[in-house]
Design a protein around this ligand. Structure first.
Ligand code: NAD
Length: 351
């Protein structure tokens, strides 16, 4: 196994691992550990080149620094990628080798599930390093993050309602959820229980029908859903839904949902602000999963009640973001970045 360093400005450590025996070609990027060890998932993709994989791991690890800082966790940002086709190149040896590579970071990088990586893969990683979180509840870990992401999103939506209407309540408010999967489906139920009028859409029509007959939601076609008039539009399916085509046609007062990378480009945050639409930055409102997994690292280990209490702080974090946006007259994406940087800078100054 050969581990080589890659020098990248602004990153604490970036390294590549090549292992002939297992076929591993992986990268780990640690962006910043001012607030704590760099936690971030491992993904496996058939990248066309190492440069493409490097671009991804650098972008994602920096994103994790900001996500954990805004969530007010004692965590930094990191990420790892395995270059390879997940349908063909997976083997226990590959993941054990990846575990050895991660172990070389001595706890500065902690891994978890991400795209194309499952619990079984992480079990193999764990044979070579203890720096793995997000395994099954049965193994003493925090388990499936999705219900916690949904709960966190619900707390975030309370802050959205307060910013829009002066009270953190849902009674009589209308919410459109696109994507009723693991997170969006749970969120829809939580919102209905809180008194919201919930409308759903999804490319999976069967799922929509089942959810409507079980819970009494209304539904609309997925095509053109963004033009639906509502108080809050909650994208909970895929990224890039907020773009030059959709933003001018929105008829909501706020966009706030769990989907990652909702803005096609950073400048779309400004486009939403210009239209007077409140945007809850995705990585702030969808932090329930990372907060849940973080609680494994707390002294005494994972306790669900403590995790739920911590997840509720997404309400406060979003309120801070909205306050910075209001008082500094910046868009909410910029406000979230400022909040993260303030927290990192003050931790750095205190060291
Ligand atoms: P999921 O796969 O369980 O659900 C996604 C749902 O969206 C499915 O019902 C699917 O049919 C639907 N969908 C997919 N493409 C669509 C499209 N083009 N139009 C309409 N509907 C579409 O996924 P999930 O775990 O619920 O995650 C949803 C989003 O939240 C993703 O963007 C994910 O990255 C993000 N997220 C999830 C978590 C988590 O804990 N699961 C944490 C943070 C962020």
């Amino acid at each position: 196994m050969e581990i080589t360093e890659i020098q990248v400005d602004g990153y604490e450590r970036v390294a590549r691992c090549r292992d002939e025996e297992s076929g591993l070609h992986g990268l780990v990027a640690v962006h910043d550990t001012t607030l704590g060890p760099a936690l971030g998932g491992m993904r496996m993709l058939p990248y066309m080149s190492e440069d493409e994989a490097l671009f991804d791991v650098l972008r994602l690890s920096k994103g994790m620094t900001y996500k954990s800082a805004v969530a007010d966790l004692r965590l930094g940002g990191g990420k790892s990628v395995i270059i390879g086709d997940p349908a063909q190149a997976k083997s226990p040896e590959l993941f054990r080798a990846m575990g050895k590579f991660i172990d070389d970071f001595g706890g500065k990088y902690i891994t978890a599930e991400d795209m194309n990586i499952g619990i079984a893969d992480l079990e193999n990683v764990k044979e070579s390093t203890k720096w793995v979180v997000g395994l099954s509840r049965e193994s003493g870990s925090s388990g499936n993050p999705s219900p916690y992401t949904a709960k966190g999103c619900h707390h975030g939506l309370r802050a959205v309602m307060e910013e829009l209407f002066g009270a953190p309540t849902f009674e009589g408010r209308s919410v459109l959820i696109q994507g009723v999967g693991a997170v969006g489906g749970t969120l829809a139920v939580l919102l209905k229980e809180s008194g919201a009028n919930v409308t759903i859409c999804d490319i999976d029509g069967g799922k929509v029908d089942r959810m409507c007959s079980e819970h009494g939601f209304s539904s609309i076609e997925d095509a053109g859903h963004h033009t639906f008039e509502c108080d809050v539009y909650a994208p909970c399916a895929r990224g890039a839904g907020l773009n030059d085509d959709t933003i001018p046609a929105l008829r909501c007062k706020a966009v706030a949902g769990c989907a990652n990378n909702q803005l096609l480009k950073p400048e779309h945050a400004e486009a939403l602000k210009s239209r007077g639409i409140l945007y809850a930055p995705d990585y702030v409102i969808n932090a329930g999963g990372i907060i849940n997994v973080y609680m494994e690292l707390i002294d005494g280990g994972y306790v669900e009640e403590a995790a739920l209490e911590r997840i509720a702080t997404i309400y406060n974090n979003l309120k801070k973001v909205f306050e910075i946006a209001r008082t500094k007259d910046v868009n909410t994406r910029e406000a979230a970045a400022r909040l993260a940087e303030m927290r990192i800078d003050s931790a750095r100054a205190a060291k």
